[in-house]
Design a protein around this ligand. Structure first.
Ligand SMILES: Cc1cc2nc3c(=O)[nH]c(=O)nc-3n(C[C@H](O)[C@H](O)[C@H](O)COP(=O)(O)O)c2cc1C
Length: 350
């Protein structure tokens, strides 16, 4: 046992990263039953879908599990900014024969709230993790009050210190290699962020809570390296994307297995917030970082019809192909097998 397994109640200090849009309860159940901490991403689920997934998850394993939410401040819609974004997308709409006027408004991702807490409270989640900081103190107190262990991601030493001081029971040090959205919340300056190898030991030296390494860990050697650098455990996302239980689309899986996966970048063109994905046409021609993209998550609405149009033709040019820099662990295997391989990295370190 180490500090993280003692905190989480798992056999291994391994967390399967919550991956909104790429998985549901099935992956979390498989990983929890294999001795890691399976995670359910809640950020994109309606209250009804969240309730259903939580019922499946809590009924599918006797082991601890995690449910994850975003903590962003909802943006104030800005008509001029939205108009600039639509202007940037207009040539692609014309090419696809789509009608910009038909774009539905809508956020797509809502932050954690008391209404969401009402849905999850009956399930008493063993662990709740957050991205983009922590919820407001009263809401955090409510989650901790029913006994959930609370985790959140830090992309800098400052953020790690802030999370530890504001109630996180453990901190996820998210290196720049990581797939999906950057978890930053104190500073939006990407130049302040570091790779896992640099971030992890500095965070470990700066906080008293257990530190979980995330970003670029794809096999047992990566796990062992993180533990050698002071991690109490690891959080792995990309290596689970091609697992049998993930809901990753066929187009996304094909990209992960292609040469294109060697080139990922941070982009805001899909949601309005920097996230790492495999470089595709939308990223090349609109960004990868675009000043025209409205604030998170407002960029999503006008991109969605383009994504749907091109995906219907078997093309992922306008799809967010979220992936970390290290896709070498993306095997089409049951998640339990991937978990077993990763946990070999703990053998000498615990
Ligand atoms: C497809 C995908 C979706 C993600 N979605 C979320 C999410 O919903 N919530 C979250 O906290 N982190 C999310 N992440 C980030 C992970 O928590 C984690 O930082 C990252 O996967 C670790 O790096 P790796 O992908 O190199 O293993 C996502 C990552 C990927 C690859």
């Amino acid at each position: 046992m180490n500090t993280l397994t003692a905190l989480l109640g798992t056999t291994h200090p391994l967390i399967q990263a919550p991956m909104a849009g790429a998985q549901g309860a099935a992956l979390a159940i498989a990983v929890s039953n294999a001795g890691g901490l399976g995670s359910l991403p809640g950020a994109m689920l309606t209250p009804e879908a969240l309730r259903t997934e939580l019922a499946t998850l809590s009924g599918g394993t006797q082991r601890p599990w995690n449910v994850n939410f975003f903590c962003h401040t909802p943006p104030v819609p800005d008509a001029a900014h939205e108009a600039r974004w639509r202007e940037a997308l207009a040539p692609f709409y014309a090419e696809a024969g789509l009608d910009m006027a038909a774009v539905p408004a809508g956020a797509g991702r809502v932050p954690f709230s008391h209404a969401v807490a009402d849905v999850i409270e009956p399930f008493r989640p063993p662990v709740v993790s957050f991205h983009f900081g922590l919820p407001a103190p009263d809401l955090l107190a409510r989650v901790k009050g029913w006994g959930s262990v609370v985790l959140s991601s830090a992309t800098t030493v400052n953020e790690a210190r802030w999370l530890a001081a504001h109630g996180a029971d453990a901190v996820i040090a998210q290196g720049l290699e990581a797939g999906g959205h950057r978890g930053h919340f104190l500073s939006h300056d990407l130049s302040a962020q570091m790779g896992t190898l640099a971030l992890l030991p500095q965070v470990a030296a700066s906080v008293d809570v257990p530190v979980i390494a995330a970003g670029g860990i794809a096999n047992a050697a990566g796990v062992a390296a993180a533990m050698a650098l002071g991690a109490a455990g690891v959080q792995v996302g990309t290596a689970y994307l091609c697992s049998v239980e993930a809901t990753t689309s066929a187009l996304h899986r094909a990209a992960l297995h292609s040469e294109a996966a060697r080139h990922t970048a941070l982009t805001n063109v899909f949601t309005g917030r920097p996230a790492r994905g495999i470089v595709n046409r939308a990223m090349r021609e609109l960004g990868p970082m675009s000043l025209a993209a409205p604030a998170f998550p407002l960029a999503t609405a006008a991109m969605a019809p383009l994504r749907a149009h091109f995906e219907a033709q078997g093309c992922s040019d306008f799809s967010p192909l979220w992936a970390g820099q290290n896709t070498s662990g993306c095997h089409s295997l049951p998640a339990a097998d991937i978990t077993r391989q990763l946990t070999q990295g703990f053998v000498c370190t615990l």
